[in-house]
Ligand binder design. Structure first.
Ligand code: CTP
Length: 453
């Protein structure tokens, strides 16, 4: 009996897959099909899958061509499988030509011609063709445009910003080799052109911009905070629901696999009950010392870092703290620009301390203290691909590694597109967390019970 093995993702099973499976089956008597797990696909940069592993396996089963279906979960598994199942022939489509020649020492390797004109990526892109525009400007707007290339079904539609930003923007676009299809300082005409917006303007502008976008029935992905007032955030969340639009808070850390797993491990009881969370985010910027540096156009420390640093606290301990204290140091007389802020939260059975700075430097780590052990996420924890669970006895320590591509931005955009498609707010940051973030930002801005140092 000749055993044949083949592997693939088989998302939205199509004619190309069917033809490959039929020809693979015809190569022998017994066909084993390896279907990639969701996690393994993520490590291969395949982040757009529409269907879950179970759905994809069911689709392969329904073809009636596979005698055995297995899950492919790790790098190098093919060698293990070939030995374990006594495989005679390994086969895949010709798009992989040469890539699996190393398997020739274990079995015969055959590349079958790929069916032209069809792919899962193409099907996913056809299902959705969203045009997304950027509202506002920061020095990293181009990162978002580049990251959109990795997401099926979304395209960059242009930028709305103030006229005085045009020259700098166009220069940056030239340097980064990006074509801006539409550039305007008229928000209304901009909203007519796009299906969705990504807002990166200063937080003080968010409320008006989000409101206008939602009233124009556009979906919104907005850099956190949604607004600088709890009341306004509440209003916008309600408006999005009324309009049947997605309003998603953008904090890229929330979508990084390692961060998601930190939350799950913390909640799983592995470190026991959580007693304390300590998180720090800093990025030292000394330009504020220059006389010509315009502070009002800058995100201050709490605006720039507050949402990220508070995220694990509100996601793990909730937002019903009993007490909070805020200490800030300002770099300007008007107290608009906090160079450093530390916040302590006291919950009935836990506590948290977060610190942010743009005019001071510290270790950007996250530590979650539990009754049995602690989770340590090294700096810069907000874009980590690695963390450790540590115990009294170091021999019990566990290390976790994940893939992080594009600082998490592409995963965030995938989640946004999926939310629009399913018409469900699939955001990983729930409403309560958004409101809790807005509340603290508002209190900092209004200097409400803020101790100045
Ligand atoms: N395949 C094929 N012809 C196609 C598409 C896929 O022969 N038009 C083959 C691949 O070469 C592979 C198997 O089907 O051996 C599974 O491919 P998979 O990566 O799941 O499908 P794609 O459509 O290529 O997926 P994507 O667009 O996400 O890369």
């Amino acid at each position: 009996m000749k055993t044949v093995i083949t592997y693939g993702t088989y998302d939205l099973l199509h004619e190309g897959h069917l033809r490959l499976l039929k020809r693979a089956k015809a190569l022998g008597d017994y066909l084993i099909v390896g279907v990639t797990s969701d996690d393994y696909d993520k490590t291969r940069g395949k982040i757009n899958n529409k269907q879950s592993l179970i759905e994809r396996m069911a689709a392969v089963k329904a073809t009636g061509l596979a005698d055995k279906i297995i899950v492919e979960e790790y790098e190098g598994q093919k060698i293990d499988d070939i030995k374990r199942f006594g495989v005679d022939i390994f086969t895949v489509g010709s798009d992989w030509k040469g890539k699996f020649d190393y398997l020739q020492q274990y079995c015969q390797v055959i590349y079958l011609p790929r069916t032209e004109g069809i792919s899962s990526s193409q099907l996913r892109a056809e299902e959705n063709n969203l045009l997304i525009g950027i509202v506002g400007q920061t020095s990293f707007w181009w990162k978002f445009v580049n990251e959109c290339h990795f997401v099926n079904g979304i395209h960059f539609g242009g930028i709305y910003t103030q006229k005085e930003n045009f020259t700098a923007l166009q220069k940056q676009a030239f340097d980064k080799n990006i074509d801006i299809p539409f550039l305007t300082d008229d928000l209304e005409s901009f909203l007519n052109k796009v299906d969705a917006v990504y807002i990166i303007s200063k937080p003080a502008q968010h409320y008006n911009e989000i409101r206008m976008a939602l009233l124009a029935h556009k979906h919104v992905l907005c850099e956190s905070p949604i607004s600088e007032s709890v009341q306004q955030t509440k209003e916008l969340v309600e408006l999005a629901k009324q309009q049947g639009c997605i309003l998603m808070e953008a904090i890229k850390t929330a979508y990084a696999t390692a961060y998601e797993r930190v939350l799950l491990v913390a909640q799983s009881g592995r470190i026991g009950r959580i007693i304390s969370i300590d998180a720090t985010c800093t990025s030292l910027n000394t330009r504020w010392r220059n006389a010509d540096f315009e502070l009002s156009s800058q995100w201050n420390s709490i605006e720039a870092w507050g949402p990220t640093v508070m995220l694990p606290v509100f996601q793990l301990l909730g937002s019903d703290y009993n007490q909070r204290s805020i200490v800030s140091q300002y770099v300007d007389k008007n107290k608009q620009y906090d160079g450093y802020t530390k916040i302590n939260f006291i919950y009935p059975h836990a506590t948290a301390t977060v610190q942010v700075a743009k005019a001071a430097k510290s270790e950007g780590e996250l530590v979650i203290t539990g009754e049995k052990g602690y989770i340590y996420v090294p700096a810069p924890w907000w874009k980590t691909a690695y963390f450790e669970v540590r115990y009294e006895n170091p021999q019990d320590n566990l290390r976790y590694f994940y893939q992080l591509d594009g600082e998490g931005i592409r995963y965030e955009v995938v989640a946004f597109v999926r939310s629009i498609e399913t018409k469900k707010n699939g955001t990983y940051i729930d409403e309560k967390v958004s409101l809790a973030i807005s509340k603290i930002i508002e209190e900092c801005k209004e200097h409400k019970d803020v101790v100045e140092i």
